[in-house]
Design a protein around this ligand. Structure first.
Ligand SMILES: CC(C)(COP(=O)(O)OP(=O)(O)OC[C@H]1O[C@@H](n2cnc3c(N)ncnc32)[C@H](O)[C@@H]1OP(=O)(O)O)[C@@H](O)C(=O)NCCC(=O)NCCS
Length: 237
């Protein structure tokens, strides 16, 4: 008789040893809203420590991953000439039967805080691009306090428009995160860490799963996150 593992969710950074499992996760759960990323970009996000995964502990090996999300480094041409390095919150994908627990929201909070803490001054260029329509993703980016980005570099727009199918009513929308939104992200992440439960309501039933945030941001930078949650953005200067 096999061992039955308890179902808990873990949200943590992926390690480079999980690269093949991650590729398989995206291949097995294709979605037209997820933009393709080259292996090198995925490996860089993992080695930067900002490729997050959600794991179901009741499953084994690669099957354990049910959600993934990263911050990618993107080089674009400035309209005025020269190049600019951008940071993109992207690649979010949650398996269909795990949606609705709010894992994507946790990804949003954890990614931005991690990037902000590590990159400090590089934050102006933290953005998200969504192939629309995509109701859950648009709702979540608004709930995470991103604002429409009206003037992304033309080179970036051209590159990303290729993912949309205008004949089917699709377009790509760009958003950026104002620094002040991190206060709310810090509050939410700390609350979620304390609560240790994610839940969803399906019809009249509430399903709860014990969830642990095993994030470097909370382990190594908790004091900075706590200061941020109190509104102290200056703690990072
Ligand atoms: C977008 C996506 C990442 C959201 O992930 P998620 O972890 O389910 O996000 P949430 O749990 O926060 O759900 C978002 C909203 O959709 C609703 N929802 C989506 N699927 C649901 C489901 N199966 N059951 C219940 N609610 C669901 C939630 O209620 C929530 O609305 P609310 O905030 O008003 O409660 C996920 O739908 C997905 O992987 N989609 C395909 C790929 C994609 O679009 N990626 C984003 C690219 S920009």
């Amino acid at each position: 008789m096999g061992i039955t593992f308890v179902r808990r969710f873990l949200i943590r950074e992926a390690t480079i040893a999980e690269f093949d499992d991650l590729r398989e996760f995206y291949e097995r759960n294709p979605d037209e809203h997820v933009m393709f990323r080259h292996d090198d970009a995925v490996k860089k996000a993992i080695s930067d420590g900002i490729f997050l995964i959600a794991i179901d502990t009741s499953l084994e090996d690669g099957d354990r991953i049910f959600g993934a999300s990263a911050v990618y480094t993107v080089n674009a041409q400035r309209d005025s000439g020269g190049t600019i390095v951008l940071k993109e919150a992207g690649g979010s994908n949650v398996k269909k039967d795990y949606r609705g627990f709010g894992v994507h929201k946790v990804f949003h909070w954890a990614r931005s805080l991690h990037k902000f803490i590590l990159d400090r001054g590089g934050f102006e260029v933290y953005f998200g691009a969504i192939i629309c329509p995509n109701d859950p993703s648009e709702a979540n980016i608004a709930k995470a306090h991103f604002l429409p980005w009206d003037d992304p570099p033309s080179s970036l727009v051209t590159e990303r428009q290729a993912y949309a199918d205008p004949e089917n009513g699709q377009s790509v929308k760009f958003y950026r995160l104002p620094k002040e939104a991190l206060v709310e992200h810090a509050k939410q992440l700390l609350m979620q860490d304390k609560r240790e439960i994610l839940e969803r309501r399906v019809n009249d039933t509430v399903e709860q799963v014990e969830t642990h945030l095993m994030l470097e941001t909370l382990r190594s930078y908790r004091r900075i996150v706590e200061n941020l949650s109190q509104g102290d953005l200056g703690a990072l200067d």
